[in-house]
Design a protein around this ligand. Sequence first.
Ligand code: C2E
Ligand code: CA
Ligand code: CA
Length: 806
Amino acid sequence: MSNPFSKLWHLRETSPLSFRMLGYILVCSSLFTLFATGFQVYIDYRKDVSLVDQRMKLIETSYQSSLARSLWSLDQKLLKVQMQGILNLPDIVHLHLRIYPDSEISMGEIPPEIPTIEHKIMLQHSSDDVYDLGELTITASLEEIYKLLRQRIFLILTTQAFKTFFISVLILWIFQYLVTRHLSRMANYARSLNINELGTELTLERKTHSGQPPDELQRVTDAINEMRVTLLNDVEKQKNDAAEIRRLSMAIEQSPSSVLICDHRWRITYANHKFGQMTGHSLKNILGKHPKELTHISPDETQNEQLWNNIEIQVERAGIWQGEMHSTRHGGEKFWEQVVITPIRDNEGNPTQFLILGEDISVRKRYEQQLLRQANYDLLTGLPNRMLALDRLKLALAQSRRDNSKVGLMFLDLDNFKHINDTMGHDAGDSLLIEASRRIASALRGNSTVARLGGDEFLIILPSLEEPEDSEVVAQRILEAFAVPYMLNNQEVFISTSIGITIYPTDSESSSTLLQQADAAMYQAKNKGKSAFHRFTPDLNQQSRERLKLETQLRKALEQNELLLYYQPIIETATGKLEGAEALIRWDNPLLGLVAPDKFIPLAEETGLITSIGEWVIHKACEDAKRWHQETGWKLTIAVNVSPRQFRDIKFVESVRHALLSNDLGGEYLELEITERLLLDDSIETYEILNQLDQMGVKLSVDDFGTGYSALSYLKSYPFDSLKIDRSFVKDVITETEDAALVSAIITMAHSLGLKVIGEGVETAEQLAFLRKKGCDYAQGFFYNRPVPEQEFLEWIQTHKHAVVS
Ligand code: C2E
Ligand code: CA
Ligand code: CA
């Protein structure tokens, strides 16, 4: 069906724009053609009509006079001939001649329905007068003219119609070529455009003229392509955003913190996995709920309500709330949560949602409470520790300031606790401390505080005392509580305690001074012979001040060369020969005078100064031994006292080796005197160290034997060479049979272990005789000589030449 109509229809379908344009061209050009044709036809018509008119006028001029003459002469024949002549002229169809007064002649016929025009000619005779003879009416037919006109109109219209048609087709084609096909292409391009295929750009199938400004189509194309690029970028951005959002939501979902999101009216809209895990709530049960329904800070609901009101205000105004919250798990269990709440705002800054991050801190909380307990309480006994005790002391002092009462402060130290710890083990020591603290507490009133300061030291605060003496009653009660033996390792053990008492405000108003005073008083109680209490007296204060002075001076003693060694001879009992000497330290201080070791050695041990002092002693002793040997040729062993504390110094063995080497001295010239205390201290690798010293050839002896707690058999495993019987036994060997028996037993047993025996503190010939009889190998004491400075010692040897062994 490819008739023109269907084509037109097709065009209308495919290119409505072209179709419409065609319509406009046709209508406009037709109207124009019609108008132009009409105008043209009208002009032609007027011209044809005027031609007829002219012909009428020509008839008038050429026939008027001859007709008038024929009429005047009444020559009817000629008249008719003349009229016939006029009628024969083209277009003239009818003649009507009125002859005045009353006749007329008509010739020809006016055909019906034919347009005509008429022309009147007046016929007159003129001589002297003018006579109207008649009137001729000529009727001309316009039929010819109309026919011509119709032909012309037809011609014009058909040619115009053809022209219009061809021009329209041409324009249409040009329009198609230049515009609509590109438009269709754009349409197709736009139609097939989707976000997944933005890669290809729109191009038009036509030649581009470089250098020329882009035409409208090009501009549209460019615009489309620009749009495509923008779209491409947007899509890319959107993809990135989507990935970002995916990542973030993944992070939120897998976050170790619980995450809740609420809408602007604080209704829960989201909960992450962790939230469910932590609280046991399922999302569908809490959706739409207010988070406050999940927290309960106290049984009182209004408090929870208030908390959340505050939170809402703070989050909306300040932008954040954080704190700890008591929340409830699904099962009703309460737990502590660390919560951070922040708003999520829109572009205008208005909060649209709220983010609630939570972390279960129950464990931390518990740990904190435990730490708090640990910080304030002693783990072993459960008593307040030093910190809490000082706090309570301050409170008690403040209270007593208000009500004018007195506060008693007691310092309590168990007697010989270290010994129990060392011999029976730490477990026994621990149970002793627990039981002791129980006994102390049982002797106190309700408002008193007992605290463990550390080790075996306790502090007791007695608030609201009426009389200072009341404290002594309490102290007495405590001592009595300790009178009952303890059961440790299935053994009955007696442990006593020494108590120092000071009173606020009688003795001092400052808590630190009170503590010092109580401490000093406690030492005084120990000096009294233990298991005693002592009220602080001002001269005690003096003592502790002196102790402090001593310590300051001692720290400077070494560098100011205030230390020196005294020597006391050690003699072979059987022969009276000089075997060696014991080096005994002295401290010559310009302020304090000559200080005996009993006074400062314990202090040096406490402060750790003993390490450097001890090192100095060994070096000095080795130096002296070497010099004596060089100057006199005597081979004397120098015995040096070593405190257990020195053994804790990991460089001890090395420093001994160095002392020997630097003086080029054999190990056998040096003897180290060690007390049993060392063997009890299991924090030191005693065995190891003693063996190393033994391998260096250094002699080893047990000092003050008998005062400690070790059995003889105990010494077997150590490489000792000799033991020194403590002078307290030697002192009474003559008077006390018990001591005599003990000394002789020690000597026998020591010999059976292959140890030499030295008797200390021999002051009389009787004592020496006893020892000699019992087979004691060596003796030392005032009987021979007191400890004296080196020079005096050398002089003593000179005067006692017989005793020197070469
Ligand atoms: P120790 O090791 O038992 O020393 C013997 C003590 O007995 C000396 O006291 C000495 O003077 C005294 N003595 C000696 N013979 C007699 C006597 O016949 N009768 C009496 N009543 N006493 C006698 P000193 O010199 O006052 O030393 C006391 C303690 O100081 C020593 O006891 C020793 O444990 C310690 N010591 C002395 N020098 C040092 C040292 O350089 N290092 C260490 N760590 N401790 C030392
Ligand atoms: Ca000694
Ligand atoms: Ca001794």
